[in-house]
Write a protein that binds this ligand. Structure first.
Ligand code: NAD
Ligand code: WQD
Length: 346
């Protein structure tokens, strides 16, 4: 019998790519999503691409009884927890909504897992938990000093996970700190589908390329970086999805007989930073589109440069990112061109 995994937020950007890889690797998958930032069509396309079906449950992760029910009917042995709100600026304006969704939602999930004796969890954390870099690349032992309610919500859940593992030697938890996820599946059938004006660089660039937006605003060209624009560690979403499968493998290995649970906190990035201008040049090349841009003032709260030290993920998961910036741009463009309105059919 194949292993069954419960995926919260599985219809979203990163969740959908991970669910596709899970199905392709032979796992049974149950998705719990309330579709507050996604479309069920993503799940139809995953089934089409994998040639397999999945179980979908429309529910909120704050609903403990719905989660208990989902864990029971799926007979899941592990959970991958993507469900959450993710817009940094919005979290500053609506902090309680963010803590409720992200922190309370995770607490309810842990409660349901405890009730059903499910002890394995992979959690979506973020490089934003580090805050302003004291040293680069960020290593996992860099102090955690988030600067937004969103970032705090992630570090709070990490703390709850650490304390839960310390209290229960059967727990095997991994928290994956994603850097900047971009790109799409190479089929062009699933990808990132932002609602409204995109905050993030790649979706915005893609919408300029397709003609939905006039020009890209480059938020600052006076940083202390090689070309003055912000530098980030962009990671292809399929590489990121595969890190979740490797995490499940690593957590399935029985821990040493220390009597302690297992808790892994790992950076998931490439280790290489690219500037806004480098990304723009790569996207122009991949799309053949001119993509006008204008240099503007710095965006409040932005950091000049950050990137991962991904060595720990290599050691513990045997995982490294393999997809290049060119592939990230080409795959984003294929998705954007084929789905100018995302999953909303015209
Ligand atoms: P997304 O918004 O595309 O996906 C999140 C999914 O969770 C959506 O399908 C949404 O409908 C669902 N959801 C949200 N709240 C829910 C709730 N209360 N109950 C049930 N479902 C709910 O976001 P994403 O980019 O795929 O991110 C997935 C996870 O990774 C999030 O936790 C996010 O914070 C984290 N993360 C994302 C990034 C990024 O840049 N995309 C970077 C670091 C970490
Ligand atoms: C990247 C670079 C911008 C848009 C955010 C969250 C982080 C994580 C990933 C969830 C920066 C520049 C951007 C634009 C631009 N999410 N830029 N024009 O800010 O590194 O990270 O998403 O966990 O927590 O903070 O990503 O894509 O917004 O910006 O010049 O229109 O592109 O200034 O240098 P960021 P981003």
């Amino acid at each position: 019998m194949s292993t069954s995994i419960l995926v919260t937020g599985g219809a979203g950007y990163i969740g959908s790519h991970t669910v596709l890889e899970l199905l392709s690797a032979g796992y049974e998958v149950t998705v719990v999503d309330n579709f507050c930032n996604s479309h069920p069509e993503a799940l139809n396309r995953i089934e089409h691409l994998s040639g397999r079906s999945l179980r979908r449950i429309e529910a909120d992760v704050r609903d403990t009884s719905a989660l208990v029910n989902a864990l029971r009917i799926s007979n899941a042995s592990a959970v991958i927890h993507f469900a959450g709100l993710k817009a940094v600026g919005e979290s500053v304006l609506q902090p309680q909504r963010y803590y409720d969704n992200n922190v309370v939602g995770s607490l309810r999930l842990l409660e349901a897992m405890a009730q059903c004796e499910v002890k394995t969890l992979v959690f979506s954390s973020s490089a934003t938990v580090y805050g302003s870099p004291l040293s680069l690349p960020y290593r996992e032992d860099h102090p955690l000093a988030p600067t937004s309610p969103y970032g705090h919500s992630k570090s709070m859940v990490e703390q709850v996970m650490r304390d839960t593992v310390a209290s229960d030697a059967a727990c095997r938890f991994a928290t994956l700190r994603y850097f900047n996820p971009v790109g799409a599946h190479s089929s062009g059938l699933i990808g990132e589908d932002p609602q409204g004006v995109p905050n993030n660089l790649l979706p915005f660039v893609a919408q300029v390329a397709i003609g939905k937006r006039e020009h890209l605003n480059i938020w600052g060209a006076d940083y202390d970086t090689p070309d003055g624009t912000g530098v980030r560690d962009y990671i292809h979403v399929v590489d990121l999805a595969l890190a979740h499968l490797r995490a499940l493998d690593a957590l399935a290995i029985p821990p040493s007989k220390t009597g302690k649970g297992q808790y892994l906190a790992l950076n998931i990035g490439t280790g290489k930073g690219y500037s806004v201008l480098e990304v723009l040049a790569a996207f122009r090349e991949a799309s053949g589109m001119p993509i006008p841009s204008r240099i503007q003032a710095r965006r409040p709260g932005d950091i000049a440069s950050y990137y991962a030290d991904p060595a720990k993920a290599k050691t513990h998961l045997g995982w490294v990112a393999t997809r290049s910036l060119v592939e990230m741009c080409a795959d984003t463009w294929r998705w954007q061109k084929g789905n100018p309105d995302g999953y909303q059919q015209r």
